[in-house]
Design a protein around this ligand. Structure first.
Ligand code: MN
Length: 259
């Protein structure tokens, strides 16, 4: 029998393992992605009170919620994208729960993003990271630390110019390398989606979505607190709501990290 879980509990109690919240608050102020006007938009968050210790429910407080599956800190399932439409176990209710847990590789490109909002992580830069931190293991979450989560408000977070949004992401070759050569669980980003802001004009369009979901991999968007994680050594737990035939879902993403 494994004593790892007993040690985990003891270390959580002792504070030598921290639980880090990688999740943005979900509410009416949550910024939703803007698509070009020919595409249908996703609704923002609506929270409608049912009762709050009043005549509608004297002893209880509860709300009705409404939002798109891809809102705030959220999970992208493989069938979110047309390339993943045939993926078995490709929806939020069919993915084996084992695949929601994995080691985190945190790649810090904050300095590069500060001078270039459109910065893309290239395969060469990924290999450089691996020279220091070791090869990205199979079934890992690869998290792109860009500092973007410190931007508040729609304008700064979406950063839309006349030529569309500007935000960092993965070079298409890097997405391919992570999905096929490294065999990751998926990638996570601080931005509104897992593709760079300008990726609609890439070939193929939105290559990170196309490549990752076509390979049965996942995405995590609008993460925060990645600066509280080590480059390696943390474990991420990212379990979406079990929405029937869901393409994704808002979720609470937490990491277990050494103190
Ligand atoms: Mn999404």
């Amino acid at each position: 029998m494994s004593d790892v879980l007993a040690r985990l509990v003891a270390e959580l109690e002792a504070g030598t393992i921290r639980v880090v919240d990688l999740t943005q608050p979900l509410g009416p102020d949550t910024v939703v992605i803007d698509l070009p006007p020919m595409f249908a938009p996703s609704n923002g968050v609506t929270i409608e009170q049912i009762s709050r210790y009043d005549e509608a429910g004297p002893g209880w407080y509860w709300n009705n919620l409404s939002f798109g599956e891809h809102t705030g800190t959220h999970f992208d399932a493989p069938r979110h994208w047309i390339t993943g439409r045939e993926e078995e176990a490709g929806t939020t209710d069919t993915i084996p729960v084992r695949r929601f847990v994995g080691p985190a590789c945190v790649i810090d490109i904050e300095a590069q993003v500060e001078v270039d909002a459109d910065f893309l992580l290239t395969p060469e830069q990924l290999e450089l990271w691996e020279e220091t931190h070791g090869r990205v293991p199979g079934d890992a979450w690869v998290l792109l630390r860009t500092g973007w989560s410190r931007r508040s408000g729609k304008e700064a977070f979406l950063n839309v110019g006349e030529d569309g949004p500007h935000s960092p992401g993965f070079h298409p070759d890097t997405s391919y390398m992570l999905a096929h050569d490294r065999g990751v669980l998926g990638v996570g980003v601080e931005t509104v989606g897992t593709d760079a802001g300008q990726a609609g004009a890439f070939e193929p369009p939105f290559p990170n979505h196309a490549v990752m979901h076509g390979a049965g991999k996942f995405g995590l968007a609008s993460l925060c607190n990645l600066d509280q994680l080590p480059a390696t050594g943390a474990v991420v737990i990212a379990a979406p709501l079990k929405i029937v035939d869901g393409s994704g879902s808002p979720l609470r993403v937490i990491a277990l990290a050494p103190a």
